[in-house]
Design a protein around this ligand. Sequence first.
Ligand code: URA
Length: 444
Amino acid sequence: MEARALIERKRDGGRIAPAEWRQLMQQYAAGAVPDYQMAALAMAIFFVGLDREELGALTDAMLQSGATLDLDHLRGGRVDKHSTGGVGDKVSLVLAPLVAACGVNVPMMSGRGLGHTGGTLDKLESIPGFRTDLSLAAATRQLETLGCALIGQTREIAPADRKLYALRDATSTVESIPLIAASIMSKKLAEGLTGLVLDVKHGSGAFLPELDRGLELAQTMVSLGADHGCPVVALLTAMDRPLGRACGNALEVEESIMALRGEGPPDLMAVTYALGAEMLLLGGAASDRDEARRRMEVAISSGKAAQRFQQIIEAQGGNPAVVDDPSILPQAAEVELFVATRAGVVAQVEPRAVGRGITALGGGRTRVEDEVNPSVGFVITARPGDVVRAGEPLATIFAADSAGVQRGREALAAAIRVADDADPPLPLISHRVTEAGVQLWDAD
Ligand code: URA
């Protein structure tokens, strides 16, 4: 196989056969195909695209470049959830223990924050002692006892994707629907799932802001899952404002704990219950959405969901007392209110500006190797559509020092717009995508 010939063929609109994808990705993972050739191929894919068979073959090739979890011996379904990323999106932290407490196994593999979006691994690691670098063997043992493990992409899983993703990041080839779909699905299929639920964000703070691109990504991943025997359901959800109130690693863990104790903000709970119901249905733990919802509400009100989170934290080396006493989490040195400078209606809480603000406070990354300060961020109580008075608090800034408070103020001044009137925000959940097609979301 000559990489150059494949690049030329793809560049000119041709197809690459399954055996060629397999050999190419094996050689790339082994270092026998150089990054510059793979970068050229990624750019050709970016412009030309892949058909359904090629996309399946590339996904298989990346999946087979590494190890897979064998979880067939577990009782019950094995369902994960993946979000395309946003600001304040702490749904995974609530959902994983909640769904596990309802009897579905959740082998959850998450990522780190990069750019304006946060990452579940960084949030979890703000819990003192919490380890996300479990081996696949340790994750399997934990799934056998607790029905849930919260891990990062290990070196063993899809190494070809790991290399290619870093290369795409450096060559402006991330925003390609087939490359995103193959990248996400190769890792998810390696978890040995019986079902997958996707939270595809759209709106100004999303990776792909336009609704039609979000729908196309959702349909692509649903088809890819179907071709691999893994049913996938996707919900399209709003990221034109942060989800919940807390934005920042430890602050989001605290809000997640409150959610598991029955005191979560309504938008966070609505998205969590909607995704959770799909997970319970795919995992065979409920026969319809109403039953799924009831089971989750009981898991929260009985304390079972919070207790499961405590057990997971303890099993992964963290301090389980954090569930009863979130003040154990890292605390910011400086805490200050941010108030409205005029009366009016909150017209916008722009998530990209909020996410960039967290990075300016030291709580996010601009490069993969950056360290994050877990204690900093914002709690934003103002919601689009709220009527506010001049001087009324809109948010609280959590910073490491007074210079950080100032950067936080500047970020919130750019993010929160108070005006005479406001357009309605995007519907929180707008579409449901399955193999059967795209449906408008029915809030009931
Ligand atoms: N997340 C991934 O894992 N891969 C992508 O390509 C984009 C987001």
